[in-house]
Design a protein around this ligand. Structure first.
Ligand code: TXA
Ligand code: MG
Length: 338
């Protein structure tokens, strides 16, 4: 199919069934992915954190289709992705500390929320009407090539149905979105495995809105002072997607478990396994107690345990240092009552 035919196919209404094309990572495929995005299509692609579901951030029709495909409420704003720091700096009015963080961590697993710039072409729907904009420069050669080919900011939430766990492998994306999106670029498992760290920089302060791939310690080392905490308030959440039941497996999660109950599946961290663990119902995030390896395995293991006939999932204690903070944040949300 040529890009022109594809453009016509894309004019079908949101929600209508379509064939999801599976693209590889050859240069021609990445170019095609960029053209599909520029034509208003929905294309999933890998980043170093999780797979994103891309749409043209300057095109309100494409963004409306994106919200519909995810089943995501349109009051939850999206992150604009661009291929380099210079493009990112044009989208927002960066306070000095935000500029310092951008230079230290981009490209990388950091999202900065800054006041939207006058010149920003990102449509209001992608920002959910907010005066601020979340921006990220991903550190992944496939994502970078697609963003360059699209030649415009691309909104990319995690490529899962709203309320599901974020995808770290192509089959996770297809399980949620096959037949709903136009294409996926299949680039293997993502290296970091949890979403980017989100910092709010709308004034002179820097506020932690979501712990993620870049650890708090690394950010504080650049800032030279401790990060302020974002307070979550259900009426007006600072990062609307932080609502507590966001990451929702079918099974109930029991955290800080030191003994596993009969019939419970176990999400382990290190060896030996906790007392009572049934090996057939256990997955280990990292036998060596490496939190980076644990983050990379987290969502895949949670999905796998969630499919087992089990009485629930018991999760052993995990240290809060480094990326451990993001792992514990996601587990706490997955365990939250809903
Ligand atoms: O690692 C990531 O960040 C991935 C990859 C694909 O880049 N993307 C991702 O997007 O996790 P999403 O939409 O699943 O999560 C973005 C979060 C949401 O919780 C949203 O509420 C918050 O960012 N957000 C976006 N714009 C915001 C803004 N202006 N102010 C506060 N929070 C914002
Ligand atoms: Mg998400």
């Amino acid at each position: 199919m040529t890009v022109n035919e594809k453009t016509l196919a894309l004019s079908s209404p949101p929600g209508e069934a379509r064939v999801t094309r599976q693209l590889g990572t050859a240069a021609a495929d990445l170019d095609e992915a960029g053209k599909l995005l520029a034509a208003g299509g929905l294309v999933a692609f890998p980043t170093e954190t999780v797979y994103g579901l891309g749409a043209d951030a300057t095109n309100p029709q494409a963004i409306a289709r994106l919200y519909a495909a995810k089943g995501r409420p349109s009051f939850n704003p999206l992150i604009a992705h661009v291929p380099d720091v210079a493009s990112a700096l044009r989208l927002g009015d960066f306070p000095p500390l935000a500029r310092k963080l951008a230079e230290a961590f981009w490209p990388g697993a950091l999202t900065l929320v800054v006041p939207v710039s006058e010149a920003s072409p990102v449509c209001e729907l992608a920002r959910a009407g907010l005066p601020s904009l979340a921006i990220r420069v991903p550190d992944h050669p496939v994502a970078e090539a697609i963003l360059r080919a699209a030649d415009r900011p691309i909104a990319a939430p995690s490529a899962n149905r709203s309320g599901h766990i974020s995808p770290t492998r192509p089959d996770h994306v297809l399980g949620d979105l096959a037949g709903i999106i136009d294409a996926i670029v299949e680039g293997g498992a993502t290296a970091i495995g949890v979403e980017s760290t989100i910092l709010g920089c709308v004034d002179d302060s820097v506020v932690m809105l979501r712990p993620g791939g870049i650890p708090r310690e690394a950010i504080e080392a650049v800032l030279g002072f401790p990060l302020a905490e974002g307070r979550d308030d259900a009426e007006a959440p600072l990062a609307p997607g932080r609502l507590s039941s966001h990451y929702a497996p079918e099974h109930a999660l029991r955290l800080e478990a030191t003994r596993i109950r009969p019939g419970e599946a176990c999400l382990a961290f290190g060896l030996p396994l906790p007392e009572g663990a049934d090996v057939a119902l256990t997955l280990n995030l990292s036998e060596q107690r490496d939190t980076a390896e644990a983050a990379a395995n987290l969502y895949h293991h949670l999905r796998a345990l969630d499919r087992l006939p089990a009485a629930g999932i018991a999760v052993v204690p995990i240290p809060r240092q480094g990326i451990g903070e993001a792992i514990l944040d996601r587990l706490a949300r997955a365990a939250a009552p809903r």
